[in-house]
Design a protein around this ligand. Sequence first.
Ligand code: ADP
Ligand code: MG
Length: 324
Amino acid sequence: MGTLLEVKHLSVGVRRGNKTFLAVDDISFRIDEGEILGLVGESGCGKSLTCLSIPALPAQAVERLSGEILFQGRSLTSFSPEELTRIRGREISMIFQEPAAALNPLHRIGDQIAETLELHGLADKRKRRAEVLQIMEKLGLPEPEKLARAYPHELSGGMCQRVMIAIAVICRPALLLADEPTTALDTASESQILELLQKINRDLGAAILLVSHDLGLISRVCRRTLVMYAGKILESGDSEDIFSRPAHPYTQSLIGAIPRRQQKGKPLANIPGKVPSIEDPRSGCPFAPRCVYAQARCAAAFPEETPLSAGHRVYCLRAAGIVT
Ligand SMILES: Nc1ncnc2c1ncn2[C@@H]1O[C@H](COP(=O)(O)OP(=O)(O)O)[C@@H](O)[C@H]1O
Ligand SMILES: [Mg+2]
């Protein structure tokens, strides 16, 4: 599989008052063509800002401080706003946690799916309509004709998310960024959405970056996983390795905190301590203050990469055998 997207040394800052704080701190990763890559970490670790940075979606008070993003070998970070607009929704698209909030309450579902096609130059209304019904059928949305005429308030949260997915993939993007797409949903809808994402990956060949705070979910669906904490990637590798041989104490804590079915929707409760605020001064490993193995030198500098098995990497002095 070739490389679809490469993120190199990305840092993202958030302005508060007249200060800028680092929310994503020098992260690098790649997404291969046609793979589902997982990005996991607790709330506030910079997962959403990482997603938004890929197609350079503007957000208030947020700016990319450094780094390069290569998509199919092209440097997105040097694209003009017009070029980025052309890419967004057509080559790279994104779905969010709150699907209902992303839909326009006043417009029929079918028209909202068709809008993306219009935006990207399909002027013929009849052709748009045909394509809308076709994508709805392809994605297995029930009663496409009827659904196309419905308004968002008539749909469940899970169905709204399936509509958002239809909007996101109707132009057959090479990359879909799925930012906590099931976090607001019940368990049954969650399974349907995950199946739908897998179908899109399989049938449309789209690569997917799937973001979640639930490592159990990520490891069920994703081939590889990135573990993110306080703006840093602490561990990455095949999901199987991450899940069965977690090397970073943070990953180990996440596994201990996987919500059981009946607890879905509750925050992760069993990792003592809190994700540091981006305003806290930091040095060294950001997890050190919560890490049961931490020693003084963990706070000195962010650890070098330790390669474990093929593709499995960790940034931890203990995993490197330096701290015991
Ligand atoms: N638009 C914004 N304005 C101010 N702070 C933000 C903004 N977006 C994110 N942040 C801050 O940046 C950090 C990372 O946020 P985010 O990427 O949303 O984390 P995650 O998606 O992992 O929960 C958090 O401290 C959050 O409060
Ligand atoms: Mg988020």
